[in-house]
Write a protein that binds this ligand. Structure first.
Ligand code: PXG
Length: 293
């Protein structure tokens, strides 16, 4: 895309900024209270992957917390496309953030005049290839996913502390990623990825009702598995199901599809990414690198 090397480019409340000039008030309730929602999106070869699905999820997250995004979806999409063009980055990672806006030090959201809207285009940072080849080492986190009665896990909110605390447990244990459970012990997801297992050729993943974020990558992988003629079941899983699976993998916007080598010291299947994981990863790559959504 042109001769210029890509640079981090930011749209902040209608203004085009760079990393230094994009600054937000210390009275923004996104900062003070985590009062806001976000999205993470990939750009492949200048094309935004599943933009409509991400924008729909962003607006649903906002709606769920009683926050009105101060621009129509169409404008959000066109600004996003323009941001990608301006960044000059062919392959990048986008972050959309909508906060309650600038208020005072009290909780009252009525003090926030207008939501803050931020869209960032930045270089994508991936795990090294070796990690994809060997598969992830995973441990179960002691920190459960948040209770859906207090905040639905379907909302991609700025409250990521439970996921961050779980990730810290993983780092402390020397693992690549963690497995988070719900309060009853059912398998939910990783710190920022959805989980799939394969057993006797059947692809299984927890349903949205298990308290997961309904990942856009997860939805694409379910479509790809169906297209490949596979039986896909969205059902509650326990750690036993994961330990005894033939294959297990995570899906996410940043990681795409990444195999799991071991969970809590139990080696899964043959250890490396299995045949179904590899096949789905190949199909995913074809979709993102060739067909461009
Ligand atoms: N579960 C959770 C809790 C997430 O935060 C996913 C699943 C995967 O969803 P998508 O739509 O991306 O397939 C996410 C993804 C990171 C990172 O750096 C990931 C996410 C958010 C922020 C950072 O890995 N969300």
């Amino acid at each position: 895309m042109g001769v210029m090397a890509g640079v981090t480019t930011i749209w902040l409340d209608g203004k085009w900024c760079d990393k230094e000039s994009a600054v937000v008030s210390v009275f923004d309730h996104g900062l003070l209270y985590g009062d806001g929602v976000f999205e993470g999106i990939r750009v492949y070869g200048g094309h935004v992957f599943r933009l409509a699905a991400h924008i729909d999820r962003l607006y649903d997250s906002a709606q769920a917390i009683g926050l009105r995004v101060p621009m129509p979806k169409k404008e959000m999409a066109s600004v996003t496309e323009e941001l990608v063009r301006r960044s000059g980055l062919d392959d990048s990672y986008l972050r959309h953030v909508v906060t309650r806006g600038v208020g005072d030090l009290g909780l009252d959201p009525r003090k926030c005049g207008r939501p803050t809207v931020i869209i960032i285009a930045d270089a994508i940072r991936l795990w090294p290839t070796e990690v994809y080849e060997r598969g992830l080492r995973v441990v179960t986190a002691g920190t459960p996913i948040p209770q859906r009665e207090s905040l639905s896990p379907r909302v991609k909110s700025l409250n990521y502390l439970p996921h961050i605390l779980a990730k810290m447990e993983g780092i402390e244990a020397g693992a690549d990623e963690v497995l988070m459970l719900d309060a009853a012990g059912h398998v939910a997801e990783g710190s920022g990825q959805n989980l799939f297992i394969v057993k006797n050729g059947i692809v299984r993943t927890p349903p949205p009702s298990a308290g997961i974020l309904k990942g856009v990558t997860r939805d694409v992988v379910i479509e790809l598995a169906h297209a490949a003629g596979r039986d896909v079941r969205e059902e509650l899983l326990n750690r036993y199901d994961v330990y005894t699976a033939d294959e297990a993998f995570f899906t996410g916007t940043a990681s795409e599809i990444v195999g799991i080598r071991q969970v809590d010291g139990r080696v899964i299947g043959g250890g490396g990414p299995g045949p179904v994981t590899r096949d789905l990863a190949t199909r995913f790559r074809a979709l993102t690198r060739e067909a461009h959504d």
